[in-house]
Ligand binder design. Structure first.
Ligand code: UDP
Length: 318
């Protein structure tokens, strides 16, 4: 039986991963650490399971006398406006968080980390294989996120190399779906909340920049498979994402159509906004041959819109 700790477990992706962890019968205890900076208690409020324990704390100063068989490190903001506002705290959550959590790992335990496709920066090759070194500006406005993810990868892979640490690192591409904060600020949730509130949809730049939009269930399914596979000869970081690349403008137009024609306005691009992003899934297909993204962005955006509509109605009724 396994004792498991997840940092950032009240966050958007973390809370979905908690639900999957609780489906495992070999999990004896699940400790969720979250400071509720970008996470929301509402994301885990539905859990009724005696194995589940919530601790409100910054991950880097977490007090614990216990050690764990598996640790999942997800604590970090992931939305550009949030991490750009508090870069020092972002670096601390990722890097110092990893240092603290490594202290809490049992000998022979497994350390799982959600890195990011942002390690590729504004990529010059497409699609991006894990071997692509990326194009990141280490003094730019996105660097607190990109570089702290990269440095945490470095820490973990160097411990794998020098001490044989059991490491699993995923690099998720743009992920959206239920439990995103309404004020998260990323494209899909922003477009939906704007349209539902009767405000114009804000497209930054000309909207021709593209992303590969992955629905949360598909992405977390990929994480779970890679994190939980007992034996694999693949040791590197793994891209997890939907490899259908679609422009920001197309997503905005689709959301607009779904709500009956919300207006679209164009605003200046955020600094160093990547022009494109698409995962090369060769390694993912090798490591998890039964995994693929099953939800098209048309279905996923419609389901996310439904979820926001319901949660906004429920919120208004409270
Ligand atoms: N974006 C946009 N309008 C918004 C929010 C985001 O046009 O209200 C654009 C943003 O400039 C970027 C893309 O959508 O080109 C994806 O942004 P997001 O913040 O979702 O994720 P990123 O890939 O930048 O981390």
């Amino acid at each position: 039986m396994k004792s498991v700790l997840i940092s950032g477990g009240a966050g958007f992706i973390g809370s979905h991963l908690c639900d999957r962890l609780l489906l495992r019968t070999d999990v004896q205890k699940l400790v969720v650490v979250d400071n509720l900076w970008t996470g929301l208690f509402a994301n885990i409020a539905h859990v009724r399971d005696p194995r589940f324990h919530f601790v409100k704390s910054d991950v880097e100063t977490l007090q614990s006398s216990e050690k764990f068989d598996e640790i999942y490190h997800l604590a970090s903001p992931a939305s550009p406006p949030w991490y750009m506002k508090e870069p020092q705290r972002t670096i601390s959550a990722n890097l110092l968080g990893a240092f603290r959590l490594l202290d809490l790992l049992k000998k022979g335990g497994r350390f799982c980390f959600t890195s990011t496709s942002e390690v590729y920066g504004d990529p010059l090759v497409s699609p991006q294989p894990e071997s692509y070194k990326g194009q990141v500006d280490c003094t730019g406005p996105r660097s607190s996120y990109d570089e702290s993810k990269r440095c945490t990868e470095s820490l973990l892979f160097e411990l794998q190399r020098t001490r044989g640490l059991d490491v699993r690192v995923v690099r998720p591409f743009n992920t959206y779906g239920p439990r995103t904060r309404p004020d998260d600020g990323r494209a899909v949730s922003n477009f939906i909340t704007q349209a539902l509130a009767g405000r114009p949809i804000t497209v930054f730049g000309d909207g021709m920049q593209s992303r590969s939009w992955g629905y949360i269930d598909d992405i977390v399914d990929g994480f779970a498979r890679y994190f939980w596979i007992e034996e694999t000869d693949y040791r590197g970081p793994l891209n997890v994402g939907n490899d259908r690349e679609i422009s920001v403008l197309e997503v905005a137009q689709y959301v607009s159509r779904l709500v009956g024609g919300a207006p679209i306005v164009f605003e200046p691009s955020p600094p160093q906004d990547p022009t494109n992003r698409r995962p090369d899934l060769t390694n993912a297909n090798y490591v998890m041959p039964d995994w693929s993204c099953k939800v098209s962005y048309e279905q996923g955006v419609a389901m996310t819109l439904d979820w926001f509509r319901k949660s906004m109605t429920a919120g208004a009724a409270e």
